[in-house]
Structures are given as structure tokens and as C-alpha cells.
Design a protein around this ligand. Structure first.
Ligand SMILES: [Zn+2]
Length: 235
């Protein structure tokens, strides 16, 4: 027995139950941006998230740009590494996902390390994967370059990401304040100009990076105890 009224309510119920069914599994993936200074444990966290997902039987795709190891992998300073796909200027994350799908694999989540080096387009392609293919995207990287200006990939992630996660676990300036900026230093002097990405091997060049708080990045004051092991600054 169907009346216009009951049809209407059953339609409403089925709409409700659809909504209820969707509540358990989100209809879209999320684009998440984890950012922090150098050495803050970003890659370690990336690998931990990968591990947690994989343990739940989810399948992921790991991408990296300019990995410091020189081979495409996500490597953390505490010794854990995972093979990854190197992304260059011409890479399209959507295409990389399609290749997995074509091989009969799922891409439930995607992890991108060194995501600050992504282009605007590549970040937008990641957002598209989250929206249209329900892929959960986790991006890890540094927000600002040695001049304290946003990297292009970081900028687009701040603009588009669903969730922002500042990582401020353990990196401190020499003064004890939170380290937020990656200063490029040569002979105890902060460099304010140059290319965004340092091509030279920092191990053999006299140029190095030092994480500083905003005040000491601004004033250029480096650790007065540097180079004098065992001495503590009282300033
Ligand atoms: Zn400081």
C-alpha cells in the first residue's frame, strides 16, 4: 500500500540510510600537509603513517622529490627506509595512481615526502585524487626556504589542504626557542640570497643549514657556543 505520503517518507529514509552508510567511509579522501623545519622527524612520521595504513590492509603509493639519499626512497634519520617513486617536474601523481590501478592494485593512500618541491600543478593533481578517487593524501615537507619564503609546493598545500599539521617535536634553536627557519650558513654568517635549492653537496661544501627561531633568523645571531664543544652559552 503506497500513498504519496509514505513514498515520500521512504524516499527520505533511503536518503538517510545512504547518508548513514557513507558516514563510515568518507566519500572523499583528505589532503593533509605536515610541515616543519629540517630534522623534525617528518620522514619518520611519514613512514609510521605508511606502516599504520599497511597494517590495516590498505595499499599505498609512496612518492618523493629530491630525496637526500640519491635513490628514490623515503629515508628517515633513524635508519628506516622504504622504496618510493621519484617525482620530477613532469610527473603527474594521477598518472602514477592510474598505473597502479591498471596493474590491478589499489591506491588507498598516497604519501609524498619533500612535498615542498612539488609544483602548483602537482599539488592540484593530489587534491583531485583526494576529491575524485577518494585517495587519502599525506604530504610532508618544509614550509619555507632559507630566505624564509614559502616553497611553491608548500604554498599550494597551505592553500588547498584539508588539514594542516605543524610538526614541532624536538627541533630547537640554540637559544631553546622553537626552531622554525632553515638558515643557510657559511662561515658563521647567514646567507640571504641564492638559489632556492642548493645543488652542491652540503657535506663537502662550507655551506650548511641551521634551524633557528624567528628572532635569531631575523637578527642573524648564531650559537655563540658553536665551535667550542663542551661550553654552554650563558647568554
Ligand atoms: Zn633562537
Amino acid at each position: 500500500m503506497s500513498t504519496p505520503g509514505s513514498t515520500g517518507s521512504s524516499a527520505a529514509l533511503s536518503a538517510l540510510s545512504t547518508t548513514g552508510a557513507r558516514r563510515g567511509t568518507p566519500a572523499t579522501g583528505k589532503l593533509r600537509w605536515y610541515f616543519g623545519p629540517m630534522d623534525c622527524g617528518k620522514s619518520t612520521l611519514a613512514l609510521q603513517i605508511d606502516h599504520n595504513h599497511a597494517r590495516q590492509g590498505r595499499q599505498g603509493l609512496l612518492l618523493v622529490r629530491h630525496d637526500r639519499s640519491g635513490t628514490p626512497r623515503i629515508s628517515s634519520r633513524i635508519g628506516i627506509t622504504r622504496q618510493a617513486v621519484e617525482v620530477d617536474d613532469t610527473s603527474d601523481p594521477r598518472q602514477l595512481a592510474r598505473e597502479k590501478w591498471a596493474a590491478g592494485l589499489r591506491v588507498d593512500y598516497l604519501i609524498v615526502d619533500e612535498a615542498q618541491f612539488l609544483s602548483f600543478d602537482q599539488v592540484e593533481q593530489l587534491a583531485e585524487l583526494a576529491d575524485d578517487a577518494q585517495v587519502d593524501v599525506y604530504c610532508f615537507g618544509i614550509a619555507t626556504d632559507f630566505r624564509s619564503h614559502l616553497f611553491p609546493g608548500a604554498q599550494r598545500l597551505f592553500e588547498l589542504a584539508d588539514e594542516l599539521y605543524p610538526i614541532q617535536v624536538e627541533v630547537l634553536c640554540w637559544c631553546g626557542s622553537a626552531g622554525r627557519f632553515n638558515a643557510r650558513v657559511e662561515e658563521d654568517r647567514i646567507l640571504r640570497e641564492g638559489h632556492t635549492v642548493l645543488v652542491a653537496d652540503t657535506d663537502t661544501s662550507s655551506v650548511r643549514y641551521q634551524v633557528l627561531c624567528r628572532r635569531h633568523f631575523r637578527t642573524g645571531k648564531l650559537d655563540p657556543a658553536a665551535g667550542r664543544p663542551g661550553q654552554l652559552s650563558l647568554v
